[in-house]
Structure formats: structure tokens, C-alpha cells
Design a protein around this ligand. Structure first.
Ligand code: ZN
Length: 307
């Protein structure tokens, strides 16, 4: 027995190393397998980026239905990148664009996209304008601040305020900067949402509908325009083809998915209890008209109090 133990000891010393190598190889295979599955798996009806944290879906849907009755007004969309609106609130914007003027104020042209490939900002602007035609937006204003630098752009708050004063929106769509949803966060999204909310508070007379919120209280049913939302997102999101590695290597693989981008893509909150399977959610903030922006008393028409 002692001889047997001595003879076996070198092999026993190698044993843990073999085990570690085997585990490492298995981990690599598992990682590659998971990545391949995620890239290739079919995107089914449950692929939407949904939120379910609405405490009273019936009340939220009533607010959403009320929003969709808006007509002959201006809706200003304060976003950071081409594709922000289409992902989070494209269904709502497309629905509103049927009877209102929807204007996008685009903080950056997203030149960090597609790995920062040269010329990507120009491509994104072109695709954004193409998307605007599909979606029915009235206009897109490009401010062209640095991607990932919107919060540091000194001119940005003044430009947002100028847009409020010029277009006189009664409805503003933007990111929820004060209570952003868990998951994807971006400094430019925060800057856009924070600025949109600050200017709305300053000017008044505006109702904010804030998306990417962790405390939504509005549910918009966009089922009638779900196909258009998918088409809009597929168009605005197609900028990666500017990078040849993506165009010739990645995209052909992604095309194996069925469908690549369908009506379930992007924000899709489902609330079966109120009959909504294609919903977008918002936190509503009503900014009442600010008395300080009303005309001074001497310019008011005569009244009993002001003869
Ligand atoms: Zn973005």
C-alpha cells in the first residue's frame, strides 16, 4: 500500500490542473454556445422590452387613450440619438403623428454607433429622415452635439428652450431622467430627459410623457400601428451597415433570425387584463401654465379688476 501511494502521487499532483483546464474549456464552449443561441434564436412574440410595473393598468390605459385623442397640436420629442424614439415610444409617436405635428429635437447624430465607423452620423441622419417619412413625423431638427457629450454641451439647454418657444408644444415626449428604468442607461438619455423636464417646468403649459421610466402611470395601446413601428425601427436602426464587418459578416448571420425585427421589437409592454398586447408606458408630468410667462398686466385687455 505505501508503494502504491508513492507511485500514484505524481499523477495526483497533476489532477487539479487537468480539472481546471477541462473546466475552462467547458466554460468557453458554454459561452460560445450561449452567444450563438442569443444571436440565432428566433425572436418570437415575447421578445419585446416590456415593463409590467404599473399598479393600476385600467387607470393607465385611460390616460393613454386620452393622450391618443390629441389633435391639431404640436408634439415635441426631445431625444439624444436617432432610434431612441422608435425603440421606446415609436408606436405612440406614430399614432400621434396621424392628427398632430410631431417634431423631433435630436441632440446628437450618434456618431459613436457602429463602432464609431467614419461617416456613421451622416448615414444615421439620412435613415432618420427616411424613418420620419415612414412614421409621419413633421420634422427632425439635428443639433449635432457630440455623442456621449450631450450633458456637457453648453448650448443644449438654450436650444431646447428655443424649440419650446418656437414650436409651442403642448405634449413633450422624452426620457425619464429622475426615475429611469432599470436596464439600459445612457448619459445622453439622462441629459435629454433632464433638460426637457427643466425647460417644461420653466415655461409651463406642457404635459410631459416620459419613457424609460421605472414609475410609469400611462399605458398607450399602439397595436394599430405596430407594423409601422417595426418598419420605422428597422429603418432607423440600419446604420450599422456603414461598417463592412457588420454588413458582410454579422448581418448575414443575424438575418438567420426570424424575423430580424418584428412588431414585438423595442418597448412592448403587455397588459392582458386591460386587453393591451402592444403597449408603451410613460410617466406623466403635467406642468401647468406658469403665471410668470403670462403677458404683463398692462398688456391685458381691460377687465373689472384691471379697468
Ligand atoms: Zn440612445
Amino acid at each position: 500500500m505505501p508503494e502504491h501511494t508513492d507511485a500514484a502521487s505524481p499523477a495526483k499532483k497533476n489532477h487539479p490542473r487537468h480539472l481546471l483546464v477541462t473546466l475552462a474549456v467547458l466554460a468557453v464552449f458554454a459561452g460560445v454556445g450561449v452567444a450563438a443561441y442569443n444571436a440565432l434564436r428566433p425572436r418570437g412574440a415575447t421578445a419585446g422590452f416590456g415593463q409590467t410595473n404599473i399598479t393600476d393598468p385600467a387607470a393607465a390605459k385611460a390616460l393613454g387613450d386620452s393622450l391618443l385623442t390629441a389633435h391639431d397640436t404640436t408634439v415635441l420629442v426631445v431625444v439624444a440619438h436617432p432610434d431612441d424614439l422608435e425603440f421606446y415610444a415609436g408606436g405612440t409617436a406614430i399614432s400621434l403623428a396621424k392628427r398632430n405635428r410631431v417634431i423631433l429635437l435630436m441632440g446628437t447624430s450618434g456618431e459613436k454607433g457602429a463602432g464609431g465607423w467614419p461617416g456613421v452620423a451622416t448615414v444615421r441622419e439620412r435613415l432618420m429622415l427616411e424613418t420620419a417619412r415612414i412614421a409621419g413625423y413633421a420634422d427632425v431638427v439635428f443639433l449635432r452635439h457630440p455623442d456621449q457629450g450631450l450633458g456637457q454641451a453648453a448650448a443644449y439647454p438654450g436650444e431646447v428652450k428655443a424649440a419650446y418657444l418656437k414650436y409651442k408644444p403642448t405634449i413633450v415626449l422624452s426620457f425619464d431622467a429622475s426615475d429611469e428604468a432599470q436596464g439600459y442607461r445612457h448619459v445622453d438619455h439622462e441629459a435629454a430627459g433632464r433638460t426637457a423636464a427643466a425647460v417644461a417646468r420653466q415655461i409651463g403649459g406642457v404635459t410631459l410623457y416620459l419613457f424609460s421610466s421605472s414609475a410609469p402611470d400611462v399605458l398607450v395601446d399602439y397595436a394599430p400601428v405596430a407594423e409601422t413601428k417595426a418598419k420605422a425601427f428597422a429603418t432607423v436602426g440600419n446604420y450599422r451597415i456603414v461598417n463592412p464587418f457588420y454588413a458582410y459578416l454579422v448581418q448575414p448571420v443575424l438575418r438567420l433570425r426570424n424575423p430580424p425585427i418584428g412588431p414585438s421589437y423595442g418597448m412592448r409592454a403587455s397588459f392582458p387584463s386591460v386587453g393591451v398586447s402592444y403597449g408603451e408606458v410613460f410617466r406623466r408630468v403635467v406642468e401647468p401654465p406658469d403665471p410668470s410667462t403670462a403677458p404683463p398686466a398692462e398688456q391685458l385687455p381691460p377687465t373689472l379688476e384691471n379697468p
